[in-house]
Design a protein around this ligand. Structure first.
Ligand SMILES: Nc1ncnc2c1ncn2[C@@H]1O[C@H](COP(=O)(O)OP(=O)(O)OP(=O)(O)O)[C@@H](O)[C@H]1O
Ligand code: NI
Length: 320
């Protein structure tokens, strides 16, 4: 079976208690769908707050206590239960966290990396090997997290995630703050890992990095997957792209004319009905305001838009 991970209709809400102990339910993710094949790099694109990190945390089983998850996550064809997540986390499924605060500030770097190796006898040797592979000087093992530069910290986080036998690597924003050279290095490291048979879920804001190395790209908007496209769909005038938001993201790139997108993504508390993009969509009709579109197969991708076929045909008239 080619499919490694299959997330269907995932929703997450948080239960909060406000002043006077009033209970409030905060629905932050509604309909996330995502699948990853073996030996594939799947990028997840979406603006801040669209639910990218929460999806990663749901797969890993590290969501906060006050969260409730619905929907299904299958791994290798079987339901990924909380017990299984605990068994696989840090072993078959590895995580490169978004925040460097995941490193223990009081533990030397070498020791921290060794913690992720199950064969304790081999831990030091493997850690030294991986450091040389990631161009980290042996002395780095003796440093504390605050002594590392941004680029070095990223490399340490990546090195500890790829050490040993993993099948799926989830990288949450692995590239911000890197200079061009370090960025190329990190992206190359991901394509090497794919060559070695691993699958990678790469969460990013960087559409260009995504297009550089991903096989497919999933686009999230306000906690909903609105499109899954092949890398090849991102070219020319964007005609192959299906959702108006994806088309708008494409057209906002400097090389495509820098057409900005007006407005903001709705917050979970706005109570926006229908398609979450409708307040910003120049093509929105009554149906878009009333009903959330189904996530449907469209060519070799998927889209959640009532009028995507019409839009694909009239791509050149696209205005925003
Ligand atoms: N513990 C929490 N309690 C309440 N709301 C939360 C919690 N964690 C996240 N959220 C909300 O869920 C939404 C999605 O958050 P998430 O961290 O997944 O976004 P993201 O796409 O990773 O954004 P960024 O690009 O900024 O990292 C946001 O609106 C966020 O405020
Ligand atoms: Ni995030």
């Amino acid at each position: 079976m080619n499919k490694l991970l299959d997330v269907k209709n995932l929703s997450i809400h948080f239960t909060q208690y406000t002043k006077g102990l009033h209970k409030r339910i905060l629905p932050v993710i509604h309909h996330l769908d995502l699948d990853i094949n073996r030996q594939e790099i799947m990028a997840v694109l979406g603006s801040s707050g669209s639910g990218k990190s929460l999806l990663a945390h749901a797969i890993l089983g590290i969501l906060p206590e006050n969260s409730t998850v619905n929907g299904t996550i299958a791994y290798k064809g079987e339901q990924l239960t909380e017990e299984k997540k605990l068994l696989l986390r840090g072993k078959e499924i590895r995580f490169i966290p978004q925040s460097v605060t995941y490193l223990d500030p009081l533990m030397k770097i070498g020791k921290q990396v060794q913690l992720s190796i199950s064969d304790k006898k081999e831990a030091q040797r493997l850690q030294e090997d991986i450091f040389s592979q990631y161009l980290l000087q042996p002395e780095v093992a003796e440093l504390y997290p605050f002594e590392l530069s941004g680029g070095m910290t990223r490399r340490v986080l990546i090195a500890s995630a790829v050490i040993g036998d993993s099948t799926l690597i989830i990288a949450d924003e692995p590239t911000p703050g890197l200079d061009k050279e370090a960025l190329t290095e990190v992206l190359q490291c991901f394509t090497d890992l794919r060559e070695k048979g691993k699958s990678i879920l790469m969460i990013t804001h960087d559409i260009e990095a995504a297009m550089d190395i991903a096989d497919r790209i999933a686009i999230f908007y306000a906690g909903i997957t609105i499109e899954i496209a092949n890398k090849a769909d991102f070219h020319g005038d964007g005609k192959q792209l299906r959702h108006p938001y994806t088309k708008a993201l494409w057209r906002a790139l400097p090389e495509n004319g820098f057409h900005p997108i007006q407005g903001n993504q709705p917050s979970p508390l706005d109570g926006t009905t229908g398609c979450p993009f409708h307040p910003r969509c120049p093509f929105a009709k009554d149906l878009c305001r009333e009903q959330l579109p189904e996530f449907q197969t469209a060519g070799n991708g998927k889209v959640r838009c009532h009028y995507y076929e019409e839009l694909q045909e009239n791509n050149n008239d696209f205005k925003n």
